[in-house]
Design a protein around this ligand. Sequence first.
Ligand code: DAK
Length: 258
Amino acid sequence: MEFNNILVKTSNSISYITINRPKQLNALNSETITELNTAITYSEKNNEVRCIILTGGGEKAFVAGADIKEFAGFNTIQGENLARKGQEILFDLLENCSKPTIAAINGFALGGGLELAMSCHIRVASTNAKMGLPEVSLGVIPGYGGTQRLANLVGKGKAIELISTAGMISAEEALQWGLVNTTCEQLELMSICEKIAIKICRNSPKAISSAIKSVNAGFIDGVDGYEVEKTEFGKCFGTDEFIEGTTAFLEKRKANFN
Ligand code: DAK
């Protein structure tokens, strides 16, 4: 696969996707969004991949937002259309991905960049990272799910504070707020993400997929997450991985889910 704005490699069952526009602080333009859609869809379908790590190229930014140059001239219809399309082909795709996705936040994660990180299942931030949703300073609101996902992650009060002040918080504050899972020095960022990914890769991919679906269900209006959990739990009993997992336990050996 040839891309202009992202780098993709797979190694030891981990797909590494790097947004690679460091001169523009990895700002998300529509071509990058489309390329990310292709790479994530491919990684999800590829049986070799068990986990996806998403990061930004260079040392300064994860993603400093949607590309302001691109949407500056939009009207109301174009704005709404872009929000709908972008949410569907990238942000919802990531959130509903059947394989765990980890955002390695290596610097600025602003606007669409923080929305991208919040669409991932797990977030690890390096200590130099700065996070915020500064859209209201540009006269718009977060349009890629940020108002919803931030409030889900940190609560309504902190979400409205961060959005309406257009402020930025440090990695340490983000950890206190529950916005990121953990923090580390920038040099350790990829190895910390890989440690998490390696643990994930040892477990049943089908069970993990069911768990992600069940957790996500609890955040969908009108859907009973407990019901989804029961159904997904039942489905696990019909998988080869359930047989392997339980047999391995009884035989006192490690399960092999390859
Ligand atoms: N878009 C385009 N270019 C960007 C950019 C961005 N978001 N962020 C940085 N750049 C570019 C700068 O223009 C500069 O390019 P040159 O001038 O060198 O050509 C280069 O990256 C380096 O940036 P700086 O020189 O500004 O670097 P500094 O270290 O001085 O400052 C900064 C770093 C992150 C504080 C600063 O770059 C900054 O404030 N960037 C903008 C942050 C921001 O406001 N991001 C956008 C948030 S709003 C929508 C859906 C969603 C959205 C919009 C529409 N629709 C559905 C329509 C979401 C909007 C957002 O994300």
